[in-house]
Ligand binder design. Structure first.
Ligand code: H2B
Length: 99
């Protein structure tokens, strides 16, 4: 499992503008604000289906129209290619939801 290097993490935050690197470099986070709960939950349903398909799951928190997400790979204790793949899907799903 490929752990993302510093330059790859920085490239990720440039490609996917909602994402930030945790201070310890072991996780990435994004905050999304949608029009309402219905839009937030539709986004979450789409991400949940993809997470299940690829067996890689977000740590997330939702209140009304806000969804906060943290991605890490537990086995590697780092951000890996699997987090990158899910972050890309999440970014595109958020954009499709009008974020
Ligand atoms: N999701 C995330 N985000 N990180 C993991 O390390 C992880 C996961 N591990 N989903 C998977 C499931 C593992 O527990 C199963 C057994 O493949």
């Amino acid at each position: 499992m490929h752990k993302l290097k510093e330059n790859e993490l920085l490239a990720l935050t440039q490609d996917y503008p909602h994402w930030k690197i945790d201070p310890d470099g072991k996780a990435i986070r994004a905050d999304f604000t949608f029009a309402d709960f219905k839009a937030a939950f539709a986004f979450m349903a789409s991400v949940a289906a993809e997470a299940d398909r690829i067996d890689h799951h977000p740590e997330w928190f939702n209140v009304y129209n806000r969804v906060q997400i943290r991605l890490t790979t537990h086995d590697a204790d780092a951000v890996t290619e699997r987090d990158h793949t899910l972050a890309r899907f999440i970014e595109l799903a958020a954009q499709a939801s009008g974020v």
